[in-house]
Write a protein that binds this ligand. Sequence first.
Ligand SMILES: C[S@@+](CC[C@H](N)C(=O)[O-])C[C@H]1O[C@@H](n2cnc3c(N)ncnc32)[C@H](O)[C@@H]1O
Length: 412
Amino acid sequence: MALRLTIEGLVYGGSGIGRAPNGKVVFVPYTVPGEVCTVEVTEDKRDFSKARLLSIDEPSPVRVEPFCPLFTECGGCHLQHLPYEAQLEWKTKIFQETIARATDLELVPQAIPAENATGYRAKATFHVEDGKVGFFRASSHSVVELEECPLLMPSINKTLKEIKESLPEAVHTIDVAVDVDTDKTTAIFYTEDAGCKLDIPHSTVLKGYEVRVKRRFQRGRGRLLYRRGETDCSYTVEGVRLLYSASVFFQVNPAMNRRLVQKVVEAVGKDVTVVDAFCGVGNFSLPVAKKGCRVEGFDIDGVAIEYAKRAAGLNSIEVAVFFPLDVERGKVLEKIAPSVVVLDPPRGGCRGLATEVAERAVERVVYVSCNPSTLGRDLKEFLERGYRVVSSTLVDMFPQTHHVESITVLTL
Ligand SMILES: C[S@@+](CC[C@H](N)C(=O)[O-])C[C@H]1O[C@@H](n2cnc3c(N)ncnc32)[C@H](O)[C@@H]1O
């Protein structure tokens, strides 16, 4: 069914929002507020519909030509049709509206723009299908073939070109990470074939790789089949050398991660006891410990914890200790009474832990979030127990996409 409607705003996820003649809300990706569009409804729910854009009948003067020929086909970007400044303005507005809906708070965040609107990603997962190597199509598991991606650091694009030439059919997924300190790359190739042979000729950029046996779409790392060269990476931030690999969580935008870490270090302060509840490889814990805080870091990923421990040793930081733990089940605060808790959960947020932290009346909470919806939900747990927000910052880690990274500092 085709409809003509006016786009009134953007929502989290990047879609434009308009209204059908019967008043029902309609979400339309790749549109700009103010535009009059003809759309086709693709999903009709009780309270809203989703639609695809058929034509832009009255384009917004703000609209720009996307720089990537695969925009709208590839699922990676959502906002290339907006100039960068407008993307950040809309992300700020979406953040404010989402938090206000959940909590009644009217936050006015400081928005830190990205240093680079392209070429910023230090990590990528490529999928392989029928000889094509690329990213998933929007809302699908079929592969859009890539020559290169403008959001990736040039060394990843170079690695992609090189490995495509010697890739055996049995590989279904490839994780590539940049060693930020040297600009070399490392890769993990996943296959279901335990006899898979991979022989990548000398590369100027790929310094090492692993081949792992894992089913397509299966969670986890799979079984290591073989490793060639050096597969650990390093990244120096606030004078601390962090260690990681292509198989652990690591912030994808190293330039903006520096800003994020600075903000967290500043918010935590000096000489306090800190719990870093989703610490990964110690991205916040180690710079915070270097400033003189005692830190206990927890993460469900034992491999990330091993990297954090090794980096603590490498940097001679003795006041940070790390433990593998599911913090949503582990009762982290039963044995420790920190004055600050840093929370940096995955997209689903951390409602259970947020409640525990608030009930224990921890003096200060630094909540780093990549999803304003779950942040709003979790903030309620704190506000209902007497906390107030002392600062709110957006750090734009993901230009051209809808993702919104924020830091909210709360105190009792
Ligand atoms: C957004 S990342 C943040 C990592 C780190 N703070 C950083 O800046 O690199 C979220 C982390 O939470 C960890 N995680 C997810 N669920 C968890 C849980 N239930 N308990 C502990 N850690 C968890 C993941 O392994 C991942 O390292």
